[in-house]
Ligand binder design. Structure first.
Ligand code: TYM
Length: 347
């Protein structure tokens, strides 16, 4: 283990994030999360997990789950996460996540969970048929983060409320157990035009794995032709692109495509507009299609190459499990001591 990753290292700059192995990754996951994973790995200690415990809050085919987990790990690496710099691992293999989640289930209040909008969206009309795990999902997410005392969490905007809950849980635990500052108040890393990528068919709906229309999203494993076609077919309006961001506000589809262009180029939406103001979608869409193919195409190719050697992905995951447990183990041991659990006598 490198010095920087030792459990004793200051927690001042530790990053944790995760992606569910519950379907094909898309451009929203890439721009909202993976791009930031890569940017942070040179600046901070980073742990990136594949959150399979979260995935099973909705039914997952047991015959496919391990392969889906490898696929997310391959996406991390293909997007530029370097296993020599960041720790990549499957959540379920680090049992400390589940252990801390139970303690946090006893810290979080029902009223806090009742306010979670994502549970309301995912459970839909039939709340009583949802798994109990779906309801306590954000508590497990807090455990994922705090089991490493992570200070920064790169995510898309849809995770903001879960990160506020994580801070509430940390604060209440610290208060209840007389341990000020034991768990940090984690900062979300959300800013930038990639934080909320919308459907290509409906500018008011989030780009999502679960949208029944495949044309609503660009998947990381789509071919170059498919990517270009989806961008060409994306819903727009007949107006040319405006000069100012204000004028985009009532044009959600145009706003979204400008945001995608900006996020893929690493510039602001205002800068993207200054390049295309006055031009119609006939000029903008081909430029966006070329850019998307140039950025996403090689990631899909690299994922396919990596998935051809699952044993190598397994080696990365296994090494990650050991490193992650070395950080999480002492935090859970100290948490249990604070709660007052019996601990084995030291010899
Ligand atoms: P998941 O698997 O739904 O999504 C993975 C990441 O992709 C981001 N994202 C988006 N960003 C921009 N635009 C979109 N349309 C879009 N759709 C998804 C998500 O915000 C997320 O960052 N609860 C998390 C997984 C999780 C987690 C954690 C994250 C479990 N434990 C601990 C951070 C820390 C989730 O459902 O991600």
């Amino acid at each position: 283990m490198t010095e920087a990753l030792s459990p004793a290292a200051p927690a001042a700059s530790r990053v944790l994030s995760g992606v569910q192995p519950s379907g094909a990754l898309h451009l929203g996951n890439y721009l909202g999360a993976l791009v930031k994973f890569v940017a942070l790995q040179d600046r901070m200690q980073c742990l990136y997990c594949v959150v399979d415990l979260h995935a099973i809050t909705a039914w997952q085919d047991p015959a496919a789950l391990a392969a889906q987990t490898r696929e997310i790990a391959a996406a991390y690496i293909a997007a530029g996460v370097d296993p020599a710099k960041a720790i990549i691992f499957p959540q379920s293999a680090v049992r400390e996540h589940a252990e801390l989640a139970w303690i946090f289930n006893c810290v979080a209040r029902l009223g806090w969970l009742d306010r979670m909008t994502q549970f309301k969206e995912k459970s839909g009309q039939h709340k009583e048929r949802s798994s109990v795990g779906l309801y306590t999902y954000p508590v497990l997410q807090a455990a994922d983060i705090l089991v490493y005392k992570a200070t920064h969490v790169p995510v898309g905007e849809d995770q903001k409320q879960h990160l506020e809950l994580t801070r509430d849980i940390a604060q209440k635990f610290n208060n209840d157990f007389g341990a000020p500052g034991f768990f940090p108040l984690t900062e979300p890393v959300i800013e930038g035009p990639g934080a909320r990528i919308m459907s290509l068919r409906d500018g008011s709906a989030k780009m999502s794995k679960s949208d029944p229309s495949d044309n609503s999203r660009v998947n990381l494993l789509d071919s170059a032709d498919t990517i270009a076609q989806k961008i060409r077919k994306a819903k727009t309006d007949p107006e040319p692109l405006p000069e100012t961001l204000d004028e985009l506000k009532l044009r959600p589809e145009a706003d979204n495509l400008v945001g995608v262009y900006a996020a893929l180029s690493g510039i602001s939406k205002a800068q993207a507009l200054s390049q295309f103001a006055g031009q119609g979608f006939g000029a903008f869409k081909p430029a966006l299609a070329d850019l998307t193919v140039a950025r996403v195409g090689p990631i899909g190719d690299e994922m396919r190459r990596l998935l051809g050697d699952p044993a190598e992905i397994d080696r990365v995951l296994q090494a990650g499990v050991e490193k992650a447990r070395a950080v999480a183990g002492p935090v859970v041991a100290e948490t249990k001591r604070l709660v007052g659990f019996w601990t084995p006598p030291t010899r």
